[in-house]
Design a protein around this ligand. Sequence first.
Ligand SMILES: C[S@@+](CC[C@H](N)C(=O)[O-])C[C@H]1O[C@@H](n2cnc3c(N)ncnc32)[C@H](O)[C@@H]1O
Length: 286
Amino acid sequence: MSEKPVRPAERTGASPEAIRSHYDMGNDFFRLVLDPEMIYSCALFEGDDDLATAQRRKLDHHIHAAGAADTARVLDIGCGWGAMLRRLVDHAGVAHAVGLTLSPSQAQWIRDSGNPKIEVREQDWRDHKPERRYDAIISVGAFEHFVQKGLDPTAKLDVYREFFAYCDSVLATGGRLSLQTIAYSERHKVLPLLEKTFPESDLPLEWEPIAAAEGRFSLIAARNDADHYYRTLMMWEQNLLANYDKAVALVGEACAAEFRRYLKLSATGFRMGMVSLMRYSFRKKY
Ligand SMILES: C[S@@+](CC[C@H](N)C(=O)[O-])C[C@H]1O[C@@H](n2cnc3c(N)ncnc32)[C@H](O)[C@@H]1O
């Protein structure tokens, strides 16, 4: 199948340039803030888990929810620095894991690990047309970028429908999709900093992914772990503060301060219930 890139006029989500403006701040910077596996999404805590343990628990949650263990081919849409891909092939018995990212520095980081069971593509999911279907799909923390700000509610839902239609088209019969995204818990309550930190991106409302999946996928589970994102963000902030001088040396005072504000403001949003952290699992219908 051909892999024709999406032309800007057709694009409905954040552009590669917008994605790069955030995710290519530098691997060394993110290394100061995130856990050693460089996981940049909400963790899943139990008891007094530390960040690395809670992040691993989150990976395993999605692997279980997607029924991905011991399968031949798994797709990770928005694979970041590849922690899920590594978990799939190194610990979950998956033969081949494919990750999509729009960030060249993330893709390079994954390629540098040289794992023959992992394939990374610098590609929008709309352009990824695999030769064979996947047994499971996982997408964590990328859905937030699939819609640009300013789309009317119908057009926005159409983009989400396009995503589920895409997943349907590349997933084997009976396959499952595990999806994690931040969502607005109330319409019209928009975090002001999001636009600056994540340009061109908009969040779904909690119910929109469920509505958009209708007809193609059955909902298995949906949960809101907003308090887990509050905890994750506080831990990232602690890491940033512990390494603040190094962070300033890498990205400059203004950028480091802006990043800290984003962490604090997002944490407040989750704590106050303005934003939710949704983990959905779906089964392809037929
Ligand atoms: C917040 S990071 C999450 C990364 C990873 N899943 C994790 O949990 O650490 C979002 C990821 O989504 C990717 N992304 C955003 N829009 C995308 C698109 N349209 N197609 C493919 N990847 C996309 C970004 O490049 C980035 O890797």
